[in-house]
Ligand binder design. Structure first.
Ligand code: 26A
Length: 350
């Protein structure tokens, strides 16, 4: 058995379509955001299935990253856990995961449908509206089944989708505790501004386990605001420092915070507790001309995929960032949160 990387998240099928500003306005949606669907958003799903340009594509932030990491790593490297329904949608997700060689260990719900996400594309932006359905029913006990716990015990790295904080904090803590006690690498993506805003306590309860915090600039700002940090919410380095030095359970590893900022440079901040000092670095992104961009759905997940795959390979933070940026640039050139086939390989740092 290999499978050094275990990923936990909400498996979703993306219903991806192009929309205009007016459509977003009608449903009170921002062009670059991710939310849980409220009652008022439910007509969206019925409307978009009638559209000619609609595509159904495997989604779910953690699942995208898991597929991406498996795309980069040797066969049998990544296992993914999440909860789905017993329907054609989960069959589609399984088929996509299989294409990438991703091992999938779903908890299957008998009478609830697989979750879905309306991925509303406008230009280079995407607005995500999610109906979690079966994904919301994941239980920590699924991980504790002997055959699944054997996979957890065998793994050396964990990647947690922050969106899952809306589902099972217990499962996230269970893996966090295991990682800390066994000095394994534990990474968490904040995933969306609403996680930092409305799931602040849940987020705070798992951060002590986290070695690598991955987020984008709007999640950084949301964190700064919800935690009342006395810093400019655009000052990503200052925010990263605050998160990097938060209490940590596993003192054998330092914490690194990685903030992506779209086309602006990626920032990393590592806190060294022994010397009470920070290592701050900035990395320019790979330039991609506008006409090469298909859509940005899944760009952040692809970055995370490259980053965590590199951690599994024992690469440095700076190389992990470069692989992440390469993976993101690949993913935005294809439709949805996907990667191109035939497989491309990392060309080395630029
Ligand atoms: C709990 N929520 C809102 C979510 C998501 C989500 N994945 C898990 N939980 N909302 C959107 N996504 C996924 O994010 C990917 C792009 O980063 C979408 O399915 C999309 O594939």
């Amino acid at each position: 058995m290999s499978f050094p990387l275990v990923v936990l998240g909400n498996p979703l099928l993306d219903l991806q379509t192009n929309v205009d500003a007016e459509y977003l306005q009608k449903y009170d949606l921002k062009s670059d955001d991710a939310i849980l669907a409220e009652e008022k958003h439910l007509p969206i799903y019925e409307e978009i299935v009638k559209k000619d340009d609609l595509i159904l594509v495997a989604g779910g932030a953690g699942q995208n990253a898991a597929r991406g990491a498996q795309y980069i790593l040797p066969a049998d490297s990544v296992v993914y856990f999440g909860s789905v329904g017993k329907d054609v949608y989960s069959e589609k997700l399984l088929a996509a995961n299989k294409q990438y060689g991703l091992r999938t260990e779903y908890q299957v719900q008998e009478s609830v449908a697989t979750g879905k996400c309306a991925a509303l594309i406008s230009g280079h932006h995407r607005s995500l509206v999610t109906d979690l359905a079966a994904a919301n029913l994941f239980q920590a006990s699924h991980l504790q089944k002997p055959e699944n716990w054997a996979l957890v015990e065998n793994a050396s790295n964990f990647y947690i989708e922050g969106y899952h904080l809306t589902v099972s904090v217990e499962a996230i803590q269970l893996l966090g505790k295991h990682a800390a006690e066994n000095n394994k690498t534990y990474s968490l993506n904040i995933s969306a501004p609403f996680i930092a805003q409305f799931f602040k306590d849940q987020l705070d309860s798992v951060l002590p386990y986290v070695d690598y915090v991955i987020a984008n600039e709007s999640e950084a700002a949301a964190y700064a605001e919800s935690h009342g940090l006395a810093v400019d919410s655009k000052d990503v380095v200052a925010i990263a420092k605050e998160i990097a030095k938060l209490p940590k359970i596993n003192n054998k590893r330092s914490r690194t915070v990685v903030f992506t900022q779209g086309v602006d440079p990626t920032v990393t901040v590592t806190y060294d507790a022994a010397s009470d000092s920070f290592d701050v670095k900035e990395y320019k992104v790979r330039e991609l001309s506008s006409d090469k961009i298909t859509d940005t759905n899944g760009a952040g997940d692809a970055f995370a995929a490259g980053f965590i795959a590199s951690l599994v390979q024992g690469k440095s933070v700076s190389e992990a960032v470069d692989v992440g940026q390469w993976a993101a640039s690949l993913s935005i050139q294809v439709v949805g949160p996907s990667f191109p086939f035939p497989k491309q390989t990392y060309p080395g740092s630029n």
